[in-house]
Design a protein around this ligand. Structure first.
Ligand SMILES: Cc1cc2nc3c(=O)[nH]c(=O)nc-3n(C[C@H](O)[C@H](O)[C@H](O)COP(=O)(O)OP(=O)(O)OC[C@H]3O[C@@H](n4cnc5c(N)ncnc54)[C@H](O)[C@@H]3O)c2cc1C
Length: 380
């Protein structure tokens, strides 16, 4: 593959070892006990994997999206849900604020996130709908040298486990023409008035702690913001869209793992002295068709990440990759359950979990539909 070189081989080897030793046991507890993999995320930071794309001045490795993609691909072979949390602990929080804030606003936050010492969450979604910002109720009012935040958010990942939340709140009347009126706040979890509500019982992405957060007269310093007052929504969208490319390696790793597991099963499932693979042409066709789709997707993912390395605007590609990848993972994992027969539906076989997680990926962190619609406004 054209994107591989010696340095990247080493990243793959390190991430693969980490996935086997740390992610596999953590993923079991995520699935069976809803246990958040805090320790494994911390160790990923200690290994330098959370800061692969982050500037060196913030403690990162200095930006190569392919290296980062290879790490996410490897951990997602073991767990799609862990891949998501690794993405949230790196690009989606650290990468996002790096792009939006000044060094004074974001420097220390990023350094502590890169090392795995601190964990962050992002709070956009409200009961009115994540994209329906005009009706957001969470607001902040300046009172002397402090902002006072009131309101509530739902469906927040890392709920109750993050040290600090980045919270979108209204600071003036929202103007749909300019997207102005919202500010991005830095709210430590232990600030008086921050309360955590119900943790959702989801079909997949178990252990990712998705829940409600309330802000009840939460007072934070005037300068605890990222970017500019009243002008968070457009920069957030502009910075976020290319980041959905990271869903590419996440989905890719999981579909590769499911396909390989299925190939192993088919070659070793012997009926009347012959493996299912050798016995049935229709099974071989199914597998080869899936292989072709996965291979094309892999090329598209790494070509987009290379474009990002070159500084090109990959927003449109990134959203397409998120949508296509989630749909393809759903298709591949569904088909591979069928190819496993009855045992494919059993948790211990390790296939059906990817199918449930694939569905989560079509909705969570920006639904496929809304993102495609966003492209019309922001990209095209
Ligand atoms: C597991 C999980 C984790 C999450 N983590 C976080 C998090 O950490 N932080 C956070 O802020 N949010 C988080 N979310 C929220 C997530 O981003 C939203 O649920 C998702 O983007 C869909 O938005 P909604 O639920 O508000 O749907 P709604 O706005 O209620 O929409 C319902 C349906 O209509 C479609 N729709 C709505 N508007 C449009 C449009 N303009 N164009 C086309 N279709 C549209 C939607 O795509 C969806 O299919 C999480 C969600 C899940 C499920």
């Amino acid at each position: 593959m054209w994107w591989m070189n010696e340095e990247r081989q080493m990243i793959v080897a390190a991430a693969k070892e980490f996935a086997e030793q740390e992610v596999a046991p953590a993923a079991k507890l995520m699935e069976e006990e809803e246990k958040y993999p805090r320790e494994a995320i911390r160790k990923l930071g200690e290994l330098g994997m959370l800061g692969l794309t982050i500037k060196e001045e913030y403690g990162g490795a200095g930006a190569d999206y392919i290296n980062y993609g290879l790490m996410i691909e490897e951990v997602s072979k073991v767990s799609h849900g862990f891949g998501l949390l690794a993405y949230l602990a790196s690009e989606l929080t650290l990468g996002l604020i790096e792009k939006m804030g000044t060094p004074e606003q974001v420097g220390e936050l990023i350094k502590k996130g890169v090392s795995g010492e601190k964990l962050y969450g992002i709070c956009f979604t409200e009961p009115c709908g994540v994209g329906n910002v005009a009706e957001y109720e969470t607001n902040a009012v300046l009172d002397g040298d402090e902002w006072v935040i009131n309101g509530g958010k739902i469906l927040i990942t890392n709920c109750g486990v993050a040290d600090t939340y980045f919270v979108v709140a209204k600071t003036s009347e929202y103007d749909p023409a300019t997207l102005r009126g919202l500010t991005y706040f830095v709210v430590p979890a232990d600030t008086p008035g921050v309360k955590f509500g119900h943790i959702e019982n989801k079909m997949g992405w178990h252990g990712s702690s998705t829940g409600q957060i309330y802000f009840d007269d939460v007072r934070i310093p005037k300068d605890a913001i990222i970017g500019e007052v009243d002008n968070a929504w457009l920069p957030l969208n502009v910075a976020l869209l290319p980041m959905f490319a990271t869903y590419g390696p996440m989905n890719l790793g999981s579909m590769e793992a499911v396909w390989e597991k299925t190939m192993f099963f088919l070659k070793n499932r012997i009926q009347q002295g012959v493996s299912l693979w050798d016995a049935h042409e229709s099974i071989r066709i199914d597998m080869i068709e899936m292989w072709g789709k996965i291979d094309n997707y892999r090329s598209a993912v790494y070509s987009a990440l290379e474009d990002e390395n070159r500084g090109e605007n990959i927003s449109a590609k990134s959203i397409a990759l998120k949508k296509e990848g989630a749909d393809l993972l759903e298709y591949v994992s569904s088909k591979c359950i069928e190819l496993h027969g009855g045992m494919g539906t059993v948790y211990e076989t390790g296939i059906e979990r990817f199918y449930r997680d694939a569905k989560m990926g079509t909705v969570g962190c920006g639904s496929n539909r809304t993102l495609m619609n966003n492209m019309v406004g922001v990209v095209f």
